[in-house]
Design a protein around this ligand. Structure first.
Ligand code: ADP
Ligand code: MG
Length: 327
């Protein structure tokens, strides 16, 4: 297929999803022109996925596309922003420049984009040896509601959404380091099609002090908040939310830090001042977030180590890697 027929057939229709009334000019010109809502700030996030690094080669086009958009919407959620539109830069190896792959790929984008009402407004399409995609998502936020990493305060309670470690567990199974038959399909679903916590992020804008999305591993990402905010955290290992499959893994394999150092969770970690806990609890009782949240610790004055563990199975010094790093 030619570059332009790919764009026309598969990407142009994705420009019609959702808030297309804010798109003055979309796919087809040299640049997109967007109307910004009055009084809002623009939040810009971007993430690249490379085959063999961020997803196994045999991953379906649907799942690759879903994940590329989901990880970006997860960053917007962690900033407290409403997703508004996105761009897609795509480098396709010959095996992917065909109709059946691209149809599946576009369906994955459509599935998630429709959920959040976000149009595709532009991008670039090139050929390369490795399937590589860069999505940049953009969202709107009130300046008073921006969620930041550097605003955690001593005394704040620390929360996480969902289960932590399922992405790491799915990867263990895919790498054949653990029996995939022991891992529930919901764990694999979460690995291939993470659900960005957009609703939670929007709710937190009014009440949380700090937030981050957990993408590189819980410990590594919590430490980003701790360093930026110049504080430490007391975290209760026994309170960490693990799925049943993860609990079984932990019983069978002596690797207690896997769930907290593996990546691909796409849950939110946030800190709430004690004065906001009642408001937060009544807000989550009123509105169905689609995901549970759990309190797992407290922000304390800065100490030498960022995270101080309670009820932990081993000393934290034994953790060789705190999270995924590329270099
Ligand atoms: P230019 O040469 O001006 O960079 P292109 O020929 O690369 O323009 O792209 C033509 C139009 O198609 C532009 O509006 C661009 O944003 C859009 N486009 C190209 N690739 C993609 C893609 N993968 N997803 C969405 N839009 C795309
Ligand atoms: Mg171009």
């Amino acid at each position: 297929m030619s570059e332009f027929s790919i764009i026309d057939e598969f990407f142009k229709p994705l420009g019609l999803i959702g808030h297309s009334h804010s798109t003055d000019i979309g796919i087809g010109d040299d640049g997109a022109v967007i109307s910004c809502p009055e009084g809002k700030k623009l939040v810009v996030v971007t993430d690249t996925l490379v085959e063999g690094v961020h997803f196994p080669l045999e991953t379906s086009g649907y799942d690759i596309a879903w994940k590329a958009l989901a990880v970006n919407l997860s960053d917007l959620a962690a900033m407290g922003a409403v997703p508004a539109f996105y761009t897609l830069c795509l480098s396709l190896p010959p095996r992917c420049a065909d109709k059946s792959f691209l149809m599946d790929f576009a369906a994955g984008l459509k599935g998630l984009a429709t959920k959040y009402g976000v149009p595709l407004v532009g991008g670039d399409t090139t050929k390369s040896d490795r399937l590589t995609l860069t999505v940049s998502a953009h969202g709107w936020v009130d300046s008073a509601k921006v969620l930041r990493r550097d605003a955690a305060k001593v005394g704040d309670k620390i929360y996480v959404s969902g289960n932590i470690g399922d992405g790491a567990l799915a990867l263990q199974a895919l790498l054949k380091k653990y029996d995939a038959a022991l891992v529930s399909s919901t764990v694999f679903d979460k690995f291939y099609r993470p659900e960005p916590r957009v609703k939670l992020g929007l709710m937190l804008g009014d009440i949380a002090n700090a937030a981050i999305d957990i993408s590189d591993g819980f410990i590594a990402d919590l430490e980003h908040i701790l360093l930026a905010s110049n504080v430490s955290a007391e975290v209760d290992y026994a309170a960490m939310p693990f799925s049943d499959s993860m609990k079984q893994y932990l019983q069978e394999i002596d690797n207690p830090w896997l769930p907290l150092t593996g990546g691909d969770d796409y849950e939110l970690c946030f800190t709430l001042p004690v004065s906001q806990i009642t408001a937060f609890e009544s807000a989550i009782n009123k509105e169905d977030l689609g995901v549970p949240v759990r309190s797992i610790g407290t922000i304390v004055p800065r100490e030498e180590s960022g995270v101080i563990w309670k009820n932990a199975p081993e000393l934290v010094e034994s953790i060789s890697a705190k999270g995924y790093e590329h270099f």
